[in-house]
Every structure is written in structure tokens, then in C-alpha cells.
Design a protein around this ligand. Structure first.
Ligand code: TYM
Length: 326
């Protein structure tokens, strides 16, 4: 059976970009594969945080995963920090990763630009921990958004290198990207990706935004002067909105174009805003239910950690043997 691994950083709350770029695919894959979906809390430590808020946000993320419909029986849902083998393998992989490779990571370059006061070593070795996450479970497929491509190529390179030096140990992971929606853009600056940490909050829809806020952000979304709902690169704002529509309505961008042929942006945008609100309604209801049931949340992450640890231990045993640790 194929193994799937993916994760999200528990900072703030999930965005529409996370949902369309990643979680919709996680949900689709759970039917046929053994999936592990982690809340990668250790990765979030690369950014300064308030411990109290962080703890809340981690638990909220688990509720958000469940509210997205991820089945905790079918999938292994867990906190990265609960499975100590992630940190253990991280160290070992650090020793087969080159500084040069890490210096070429565009996310490192971007993040060290935006956090000049805290360019810590964790930020630099971030992709090695990510490789450990993936390789620990003999992962075949990693469903992510386009922004993770470079990190995944590195994870694969690290696996190949390790296997070459020490003998066949890790499965080689492939990236799993959507044809449409692998890169959802900011509603304000459609040349930038939609991001949790964008200073311009109007560019990002959070799954937990109130209906009013969603309607407002959608109304303000940047378009152009063409007033024609067409899916093409020359109209990045409207192209992004068509993408969002098509992923939430489960149709192709061409079908959206046809539906809005001859209609202006006003009608399209207000329908889209409605669609987003309606799509998120069940999510929010479930989220509230889960948040009122902390015991259930605890039981899910404990069970997830136990199941994940079982697999991780097997890989680590092999890794240690291969490298000659006594
Ligand atoms: P993170 O937390 O930034 O994002 C979680 C997932 O959402 C996708 N995503 C997007 N997809 C489309 N459009 C967007 N605007 C958009 N924004 C985010 C991301 O590609 C990701 O799939 N380093 C990872 C977390 C991670 C991980 C892993 C992922 C740690 N270890 C192992 C996969 C496997 C990250 O920061 O994702």
C-alpha cells in the first residue's frame, strides 16, 4: 500500500491556499492509501512565538484538520513533536546534507529577508527536518502546494544520497500537485502567493474568517479593467478567482468561464463570495464542535502519535544499523 505524508505549520489558522493547494488532496487520497497528516509544530519554532498562543494554535489546528473532513481512523493524524524520531532522523540527515544545498533554498532566502532579526540555524536546516518527516515513513507521495517543490526535491536528493552511501534504506518520495490550484495567489497582489503571514490580511482568506470578513475580502479582491471572466495569465487576479471557484465548485476553469460569459466581474465576485461562505459553513460548524470537545482532540492526537511512532521506530532501527551506530 502506498504511503502518503504531508503536514502544515500550526501558525495562525489555515488559509484557503492551504485548503485548496493541499488539504483537498489529502482528503481525496485518504480513500486509497495509508496517509499520515502531521501538524509540524517543530517547524513553527523557527519563528518567534508566544508559548500560550502557540499551544492554542496547535490544538486549534488539529480541530481544523478534522473539520476539513480528514478521517482520524483512516489517517494517522498527529503532532510532529510527539514522535521523537523526527528530531532524531533530522540530525542524521543533517550530516548528509550540504550547506550549499540549503543556501539555495528560496524559502530560506525569503524568510531570512523577512525575519532579519531572527535568522536562526533552524530556519536554515528547516528543509532537513522536512526531509526527515517524509523519509521516516517510507513515503511514496507528498501532496503539497507548488511552493514546496524545492524542499521536496531536496528530500529526494537526501534519500538518494543516503541510499547510495549506506545501502537501500529510504523509499524515494514523489511530489503530488494539483493541475489547477497548486498555487493560490493573494487576493490583493495576485503575483504573490496567498500566505498566512501576509501583512496585508485582505489578501488572505482564513478558513475561520467570519462570513462578513470573507464577503468583504472577496469584494475587494483585485481584478483588472477587462471585465471579462477569462482564465488566462494576462489576467492574474481574475484567473486566481476562477481557480478558487473551480476548486470549490468541483468543476473546470473552462466551465466557470462559460458560466460567466458576457457577465461582469460584479456578478462573478458576489457568486464566488457566496460559494466560499457556503463551502466553509460546514467546516466552521464542525470546528466549533471539536473545539468544545478537548478530550476527543486529546484522544485523536495520542492515538495518532502511537500509530506514527510504530512506523517511525522501524525506519530508525534500520537507519541506525545501516550507519553503524552501536
Ligand atoms: P505550510 O504550513 O506553509 O502550508 C501547508 C500546505 O499548504 C500549501 N500551501 C498552498 N498551496 C497553494 N497555494 C497557496 N497559496 C498555498 N499556501 C500554502 C503548502 O504547499 C503546503 O502543502 N514546509 C511545509 C510544512 C511541512 C511539510 C513537511 C509538508 C513540514 N514537513 C513534510 C509536506 C511534507 C509548510 O511550511 O507548509
Amino acid at each position: 500500500e502506498k504511503v502518503i505524508f504531508s503536514g502544515a505549520q500550526p501558525t495562525g489558522s489555515l488559509t484557503l491556499g492551504n485548503y485548496i493547494g493541499a488539504i483537498q488532496n489529502w482528503k481525496a487520497l485518504e480513500q486509497d492509501y495509508q496517509c499520515l497528516y502531521s501538524i509540524v509544530d517543530l517547524h513553527s519554532l523557527t519563528i518567534r512565538h508566544d508559548p500560550k498562543d502557540f499551544r492554542k494554535s496547535c490544538l486549534s489546528f488539529l480541530a481544523q484538520y478534522l473539520a476539513c473532513g480528514l478521517d482520524p481512523e483512516k489517517n494517522i493524524i498527529f503532532f510532529q513533536s510527539h514522535v521523537i524520531q523526527h528530531a532524531e532522523l533530522n540530525w542524521i540527515l543533517n550530516c548528509v546534507t550540504y550547506m550549499g544545498e540549503l543556501s539555495r533554498m528560496t524559502q530560506f532566502k525569503e524568510k531570512s529577508e523577512s525575519h532579519k532579526d531572527n535568522i536562526n540555524a533552524g530556519l536554515f536546516t528547516y528543509p532537513v527536518l522536512q526531509a526527515a518527516d517524509i523519509l521516516l515513513y517510507q513515503t511514496d507521495l507528498v501532496p503539497v502546494g507548488e511552493d514546496q517543490r524545492q524542499h521536496l526535491e531536496l528530500a529526494r536528493d537526501i534519500a538518494i544520497r543516503f541510499n547510495n552511501i549506506y545501502g537501500e534504506t529510504f523509499a524515494l518520495p514523489d511530489i503530488h500537485l494539483s493541475k489547477v490550484g497548486a498555487r493560490i495567489m493573494s487576493l490583493q497582489e495576485p503575483e504573490k502567493k496567498m500566505s498566512k503571514s501576509d501583512e496585508n490580511v485582505n489578501g488572505t482568506i482564513f478558513l475561520l474568517d467570519s462570513n462578513d470578513v470573507i464577503l468583504k475580502k472577496m469584494k475587494r479582491a483585485v481584478t483588472d479593467n477587462e471585465n471579462s471572466v477569462t482564465y488566462r495569465d494576462e489576467q492574474p487576479g481574475i484567473k486566481n478567482l476562477i481557480t478558487i471557484y473551480s476548486k470549490l465548485a468541483n468543476c473546470s476553469p473552462q466551465e466557470v468561464e462559460e458560466k460567466y460569459q458576457g457577465k461582469g466581474y460584479g456578478a462573478f465576485k458576489s457568486d464566488l463570495a457566496e460559494l466560499v461562505v457556503e463551502s466553509l459553513r460546514p467546516f466552521k460548524e464542525k470546528y466549533d464542535e471539536y473545539m468544545q470537545n478537548p478530550d476527543y482532540i486529546t484522544s485523536i492526537y495520542k492515538q495518532g502519535a502511537a500509530r506514527a511512532t510504530e512506523i517511525a521506530e522501524k525506519t530508525m532501527k534500520d537507519v541506525k544499523k545501516k550507519i553503524g551506530l552501536v
